[in-house]
Design a protein around this ligand. Structure first.
Ligand code: IPM
Ligand code: MG
Length: 360
């Protein structure tokens, strides 16, 4: 079968890591007789440079017409001084919203081979952890009313958070369904002791929990959740939370796995077409130097095969290839910590993953 994939390389290390992911998909296609056709579109800073805007209409149309979207990363110092509405990051929010991708799945799993790279003490991570953060992606303070006005102390800026019943229900169902397919434990994270949106969020999650009696449901305030993640990450299975809290907690969860360079994500809506991207950024400091860790991007491609194309053996094959490469001690620079290991380049890491895929 033929799959049409919109390839949004973006900025910084984006082009390097998307090239790795495309190579991995081609190898998997060869092995399992699928054809993946990639069509590149501009997004972020490179789109500002080439087309004068971070999210050209052609990119949105191309993504909407594709079977799925792979995205590298956007942003960089070159575009940091632009006004908010014209920054590369705006394109990311724009494309998430245009494609209706309200569910963001961010798995944070400790790879046994990388246990030593986790900043947490050995006794905390010795038995591993495997968390899925379900982040609401198209609502909340990221998309609320904002602006400048005159306030009590003169000129001020403001951002507002709004959540509708519908938005909370649909992300809640997505999270309960995810929990049903995993270890059937769900924690909803909010700030219901302070925020009105959180109080509505919590009451709806409680109501939904009655429809999923097998799921062991609880809620936590976000400050407590941030603390519990480093105190005892193993207590978590699935976490569901708002756009902003999910942004923050997913960076925290990624770092305790050893490197943010390992974590993939899937953004899904009501159709099969999703967007798959690493949770790390464009890393401008190492861009173009062949130093980036392509694993988060490669694992994002595996998530695409699983969630958008309904495959199982193929994403398993990619994930096992990554596991074996790590077991063999192969590390990009972000993964070596203060060991004596000689790091490999982005292309070398990719070549090692490819050889595991073709030889296994
Ligand atoms: C992420 C990123 C983005 C976000 C930025 C780049 C807009 O941090 O995907 O986590 O905040 O959603
Ligand atoms: Mg983030």
């Amino acid at each position: 079968m033929k799959y049409h994939i919109a390839l949004l390389k973006g900025d910084g290390i984006g082009p390097e890591i998307t090239e790795s992911a495309a190579a991995v998909l081609n190898a998997v296609g060869e092995r399992y007789a699928h054809e993946f056709c990639f069509t590149p579109y501009l997004i972020g800073g490179c789109a500002i440079d080439a087309a004068g805007e971070p999210l050209p209409e052609e990119t949105v149309k191309g993504c909407l017409a594709s079977d799925s979207v792979l995205l590298g990363a956007v942003g960089g110092p070159k575009w940091d001084d632009l006004p908010g509405s014209r920054r590369p990051e705006k394109a990311l929010l724009g494309i998430r919203s245009a494609l209706g991708l309200y569910t963001n799945l961010r798995p944070a799993k400790l790879f046994p081979a990388l246990r030593g790279a986790s900043p947490l003490r050995e006794e905390i991570v010795s038995s591993g952890f495997d968390i899925l953060i379900v982040r609401e992606l198209t609502g909340g303070i990221y998309f609320g009313e904002r602006g400048y006005r005159t306030g009590k102390y003169g000129e001020e800026a403001f951002d507002t958070e709004a959540y509708s019943v519908t938005e909370i229900e649909r992300i809640g169902h997505a999270a309960f369904r995810a929990a049903m397919q995993r270890n059937k434990r769900l924690v909803s994270v909010d700030k219901a002791n302070v925020l009105e949106t959180s109080r509505l969020w919590r009451s709806i999650m409680h109501r939904l929990s009655e429809a999923y009696p097998e799921v062991q449901y609880s809620d936590l305030f976000v400050d407590n959740a941030a603390m519990q993640l480093v105190r005892n990450p193993k207590q978590f299975d699935v976490i569901v939370t708002s756009n902003m809290f999910g942004d923050i907690l997913s960076d925290e969860a990624s770092q305790i796995t050893g490197s943010i360079g390992m974590l993939a994500s899937a953004s899904l809506g009501d159709s099969k077409c999703g967007m798959y991207e690493p949770i790390h950024g464009s890393a401008p400091d190492i861009a173009g130097k062949n130093l980036a860790n392509p694993i988060a991007m490669v694992l994002s491609a595996a998530m695409m095969l699983r969630y958008s194309f309904g495959m199982t053996a193929e994403p398993d094959c990619i994930e096992q290839a990554v596991d074996r490469v790590l077991e063999r001690g192969i590390r990009t620079a972000d993964l070596i910590g203060n060991t004596e290991i000689r790091p490999v380049s982005c292309t070398e890491m990719t070549a090692q993953i490819l050889s595991e895929i073709t030889s296994s």
